[in-house]
Design a protein around this ligand. Sequence first.
Ligand code: ZN
Length: 115
Amino acid sequence: MKYVATHVHSDYSDGLYSPKGTVELAKKKGVYALAVTEHDSIKSIDEFLKYGEEKKVGIIPGIEISVVYGGLLKNKKHIFNIHLVGLGIDSKSADFTRYEKSVNESRYKRNKKII
Ligand SMILES: [Zn+2]
């Protein structure tokens, strides 16, 4: 039986291992392929692709996007923060680069208010 991990983070977001370490662990555990789904980021995908090719572990480019569901509703009781996972994305798309940049800018502004 071939195993595919469909939701994997590295230390680029909140995972424990680097992309290299993650791929090595996947290989050791007999994982056939893994989907990279960093939080609001595509930065680790190239590194995963490199090590995946070296170790013969399939890499599925993905992302985990933070979404506010119901944010435009008048009744604020129905607002939920959810994480939406996208698999098989085009990580070279300018849309993801723009998205990542806007997330980083809004986090910077939020952090500046806290300090
Ligand atoms: Zn996740």
